[in-house]
Design a protein around this ligand. Structure first.
Ligand code: SF4
Length: 689
């Protein structure tokens, strides 16, 4: 293209939560290219997903172009007008509510949509459905971070900015995280830091790209994070490496934690975790004695039936060493989807209004009742991972899903499909006919991030602008509407008078009811080069790059007594291998977007399972050979990828691909506190076919 023929539109990458800033290059109402921009978290860098996978899907021929209603007799989806579709949705939801009560409806918000859309979804559920049965996909990725860090520190979010924890730090403790593939621009910055002298401790069962740069790589057995962390703390306390002054002045619970971790001797921990005890001791000394040392973690910590305690164990280590509320330190969960942080911030949670204000707090509820003009339900709603069981039991009968694809992403696919088939009425608002769409009664076509204004909140709590680049309503083959207009129209049809609002006006309403967003507006974000990190409590507040400076959000930090419990399912004679799941560099979650980028599909187009060379040799399985993998919940065929990335007895699969999706196998054993499934450990059998 010639520069004078195009427009450049500055926006935020629609994939992971690094929040990279990019320029969409637009010619004749079509995005023709993408370039990295100098944003605060990416400084011009983009990974292959941002560079190649951010625009083909916008113009994909697969895009949904008009509303669809399933013909009950033929089972086929048929084109409908907006009035037909929205009238049907509103009337069926209200019929179900009248017949079966307010608890019979639920909604999921999309963690890849702007904050303003998510705010309106949770407002619709609370004002029209009359309950708090609203959730988002954080339930299956970082709900353990929200519940764990909120309990110990008072706020369930990353404590320090990306630039602060990847530049000029002495040591990085990276636990259960593969940033070079899942958050590649963060991974690039970690690698650069290590090449300039930062020490790197990796704690992960699998060999990673970053392993070659690590000073220590503890390849712990899957599901033993708490055992490892308690072992680290045992060494820190025994050797006097802890920060006594910080513990005394800023925390509570030290004596109980000290008593518990006294049992976690290096010898015992080494045996359970399958690591060298001297390496554990060396890691504890390296982390504790470093001045600036952040803990960075991801789903390898959270996606366990003990995920919340795993997260608390991370904050325990940081608090013991006084590494919170300071530059270059902190406890830093790398969030997954581009706006999953925002989805939690915006109150797409069964127990929290926007800004983590409790639905059970009468004063908070009264504030929202006054703002929204209706009485609100005081009871915690149903968590997303419990909605499926409730649907099978016929307790939930109507479900509205905005932009999520649980048939691909949720554990135990057989269970998810059974639940969706059990519903009386199921509505999906989406860009594509996804695997989940096969079960919907009504499908409402949505708009992509490139077609609307709004904000995404990245993993470091930075509220970044999303800007409209193209207008596909000019294409006569499209009969689509803004997602917020669809939700507002539905609210009115369900009897709640909601006036139409622009995205900027919705953000103003968010700011008026959410103290941590009180100083945020589109105009202010447009005028602030690095945007704003919440809490931002007023128009003159500069935002909060580092949290818990001087005082934790909850007052004293709680050194929570974490105890190791084994995973819910471990290998046995019938299912002798341990399966872990995760992401690869070239695809994003359901690959709804990256799967429509031909270049990415050419590089990685189908599923595989990593297994150890010795296991493969013993079973006579060659690299690339098709094999059957089975668990107690399902069976799939996939290809073997043989090598040394996983230890003997362990396997690893991505969950992106419909041909052999790992979630037919995964175990939906839930963490009792946050209801996250145990994606990272289940038992499988491998057979030649
Ligand atoms: Fe997009 Fe994440 Fe890649 Fe940045 S690192 S370009 S946000 S996918």
């Amino acid at each position: 293209y010639r520069p004078w023929e195009v427009r450049r539109v500055r926006t935020t990458c629609p994939h992971c939560a690094t929040g990279c800033q990019m320029d969409l290059i637009v010619k004749d109402n079509r995005i023709v290219d993408v370039e990295g921009a100098d944003g605060p978290s990416n400084h011009g860098l983009l990974c292959v997903k941002g560079r190649s996978g951010s625009f083909d899907f916008v113009h994909s021929p697969d895009r949904l172009r008009y509303p669809l209603i399933r013909n009950r007799e033929t089972g086929q989806l048929e084109r409908a007008t907006w009035d037909e579709a929205l009238d049907l949705v509103a009337s069926r939801f209200m019929e179900i509510k009248k017949k079966y009560g307010t608890g019979s409806l639920a909604g999921f918000a999309c963690s890849r949509s702007p904050n303003e859309d998510i705010y309106m979804v949770q407002k619709m559920v609370r004002t029209c459905f009359g309950n708090n049965n609203v959730d988002n996909c954080a339930r299956v990725c970082h709900s353990a971070s929200v519940s764990g860090l909120a309990t110990t520190l008072g706020s369930g979010a990353m404590t320090n900015p990306i630039g602060d924890i990847t530049h000029d730090v002495d040591c990085i403790l990276l636990v259960g995280s593969n940033p070079e593939e899942a958050h590649p621009v963060v991974g690039m910055q970690i690698r650069e830091a290590v090449q300039h002298g930062t020490k790197l401790i990796i704690v992960d069962p699998r060999k990673l790209g970053l392993s070659q740069y690590a000073d220590i790589h503890l390849r712990i057995r899957p599901g033993t994070n708490i055992m490892f962390a308690n072992g680290m703390m045992h060494v820190m306390i025994r050797e006097g490496l802890v920060d006594q002054e910080f513990i005394r002045e800023r925390t509570e619970g030290f004596e109980e934690l000290k008593k518990i971790v006294s049992d976690y001797t290096p010898e015992k921990v080494a045996e359970v975790c399958g690591i060298d005890k001297d390496k554990l001791i060396e890691a504890a000394r390296m982390y504790a004695s470093a001045k600036k040392a952040p803990i960075i973690y991801c789903l390898g910590v959270t996606e366990h039936s003990s995920g919340t305690e795993g997260v608390m164990a991370m904050s325990n280590m940081a608090m013991l060493c006084g590494k919170l509320g300071k530059p270059g330190c902190g406890v830093n969960p790398l969030r997954g989807q581009n706006n999953v942080q925002g989805a939690c911030d915006m109150g797409a949670m069964p127990d929290k209004y926007p800004g983590y204000q409790s639905v059970m707090d009468a004063a908070v509820r009264a504030k929202f009742e006054k703002a929204w003009g209706v009485p609100l339900n005081p009871d915690t709603g149903v968590f997303a991972t419990d909605v499926f069981g409730a649907a099978i039991r016929k307790e939930i009968r109507g479900l509205y899903i905005y932009g999520e694809d649980p048939v691909v992403t949720d554990a135990d696919t057989t269970h998810i499909i059974k639940a969706l088939k059990s519903l009386d009425f199921f509505v999906l608002q989406e860009l594509f006919l996804t695997e989940t769409a096969q079960y919907a009664d009504v499908i409402l076509p949505g708009m992509s991030y490139a077609e609307k204004e709004g904000t995404f909140t990245n993993t470091e709590r930075r509220v970044c602008r999303v800007r409209k680049a193209v207008d596909l309503t000019k294409d006569p083959s499209f009969d689509i509407r803004l997602d917020t207009d669809i939700i507002i129209d539905l609210m009115n049809r369900m009897g709640y008078p909601q006036k139409k609002m622009t995205s900027a006006q919705i953000m103003d309403e968010i700011a008026s009811v959410t103290p941590s967003f009180a100083g945020i507006s589109h105009q202010r974000l447009d005028e602030t080069p690095d945007f704003l990190q919440w809490p931002c409590t007023g128009r003159d507040h500069p935002g909060t790059p580092i949290m818990h400076v001087g005082k934790f959000s909850r007052g004293l930090g709680w050194l929570y007594p974490t105890r190791y419990t084994p995973p819910a399912e471990t290998p046995d004679r019938d299912y002798p291998f341990c399966l872990m799941t995760g992401r690869i560099l070239y695809h994003y979650t359901t690959r709804a977007m990256t799967g429509r980028t031909p270049g990415l599909m050419e590089i990685e187009g189908s599923s595989f399972i990593e297994m150890n060379q010795k296991d493969a040799d013993r079973m006579g399985i060659a690299d690339g050979e098709k094999i059957r993998v089975s668990s107690r919940r399902g069976s799939i065929t996939t290809s073997a990828r043989v090598g040394t990335r996983v230890n003997e007895g362990e396997t690893w699969m991505p969950f992106h691909f419909p041909d052999g999706n790992a979630n037919w196998l995964t175990n939906a054993a839930l963490d009792p506190k946050c209801r996250i499934p145990e994606y990272k450990v289940c038992a499988v059998r491998i057979e030649k076919i």
